[in-house]
Design a protein around this ligand. Structure first.
Ligand code: PRP
Length: 208
């Protein structure tokens, strides 16, 4: 039997396609040069390409059997998600961090926080007993403090170049991030052999 695999477009897609190819799953046409979103692949598998934040949704509801997306996306989706996280693919490594303008201090007063990761941030600051006002943003989070929209941000930090270029410094690490393979709960049982075969092959690719 074949699997329907939801893939996070962008950087993660680029890095996971060679891994899937090594595991024997290759799209029958070039994903980069097509506007299509669903691709037939070797082994009768199907690859569907979507925004990262939709990958957990497709997998939770079983529209995809498995999905590949970042741990940040999974955490933001929620802790009680109804899917299994089966494998760390070891790619897309970065950190989810707080960051502030250089030289500024957090102090003890109320803070405004600009972020794409509203759920993660809420949980993080609640745990710290910090009162914060969350300002949801869709991208270019690093400009929020410069423009006076937020005191600090919660965002992905890889090289740190974007922070530096915008006069910000990283503060606390909230989570270590990498790309994960998630599996629909029903598929884990009803398609056990296919799921297990994919997990095992990808595990070998990661180890190799
Ligand atoms: C991410 C993140 C930062 C940047 C960090 O954005 O939101 O802006 O990468 O990388 P760095 O530490 O190496 O500078 P991405 O390019 O993925 O685009 P996005 O704004 O759509 O998330």
């Amino acid at each position: 039997m074949s699997l329907t695999i939801a893939l996070n477009r962008g950087r993660i897609l680029k890095e996971c396609l060679p891994m899937l190819a090594e595991a024997g799953i290759e799209p029958l046409e070039d994903i980069d040069s097509s506007r299509k979103l669903v691709f037939e692949a070797t082994g009768g598998h199907k690859l569907i390409v979507m925004r990262g934040s939709d990958v957990p949704t497709y997998v939770e509801y079983g529209a995809a059997d498995v999905g590949i997306t970042g741990k940040d996306t999974i955490l933001e989706y929620g802790r009680d998600a109804r899917f299994y996280e089966r494998l760390d693919l070891g790619i897309g490594r970065c950190k989810l961090m707080t960051a502030m303008p250089e030289g500024e201090e957090m102090g003890n007063g109320p803070l405004t926080v600009g972020t794409k990761f509203v759920n993660i941030s809420r949980a993080y600051f609640e745990e710290l007993n910090r009162h914060v006002t969350l300002i949801p943003l869709a991208g270019a989070i690093e400009i929020a403090p410069i423009m006076g929209l937020a005191d600090l941000i919660v965002d992905i930090v890889d090289t740190g170049n974007t922070l530096r270029a915008n006069g910000l410094t990283a503060r606390e690490t909230i989570a270590d991030i990498s790309t994960r393979l998630i599996v629909n709960r029903a598929a884990q049982k009803t398609r056990f052999d296919d799921v297990q075969s994919l997990v095992n092959k990808l595990r070998e690719v990661v180890a190799g």
